[in-house]
Design a protein around this ligand. Structure first.
Ligand code: FES
Length: 124
């Protein structure tokens, strides 16, 4: 079997409205996963639904292995860029990237750049 060049895990966790940690897929329809599945280049690229990836405050969250690229704020509007830049060109989309120091911090982080939340449009 040919190994995957990119294996995307798309959080599809759906919590009740108003939950303090938010929800990557508030409608529970899997729209982001379905859109990425339609665009990925099989058989070397695969997109899978994932449960909570524990980066909820940075939703919607996608992680790509083996590159270990974490994206937050990965809304449907980014599907084309994720495919064209990250999968085809092996480029990281900096404005979506959850930096290593932000992982597992519940969105608070420790970077000198200040807390990063993709929905605030921060990038550096
Ligand atoms: S709900 Fe998506 S990372 Fe937790």
């Amino acid at each position: 079997m040919t190994p995957f060049t990119h294996h995307l895990f798309i959080c599809g966790n759906c919590r009740a409205e108003g939950h303090p940690r938010g929800s990557c897929d508030p409608e529970g329809q899997g729209d982001l996963k379905n859109a990425l599945t339609k665009r990925v280049l099989r058989p070397q690229v695969r997109a899978n639904h994932a449960g909570c990836l524990d980066q909820c405050e940075l939703e919607p969250v996608v992680v790509i292995y083996p590159q270990e690229i974490w994206y937050g704020g990965a809304t449907l509007s980014y599907v084309d860029r994720i495919v064209e830049q990250t999968i085809i060109k092996d480029e990281t989309i900096t404005e979506l990237q959850i930096k290593a120091e932000m992982l597992n911090t519940k969105g608070k982080g420790s970077s000198n750049d200040g807390p990063y939340h993709p929905s605030e449009g921060s990038s550096s």
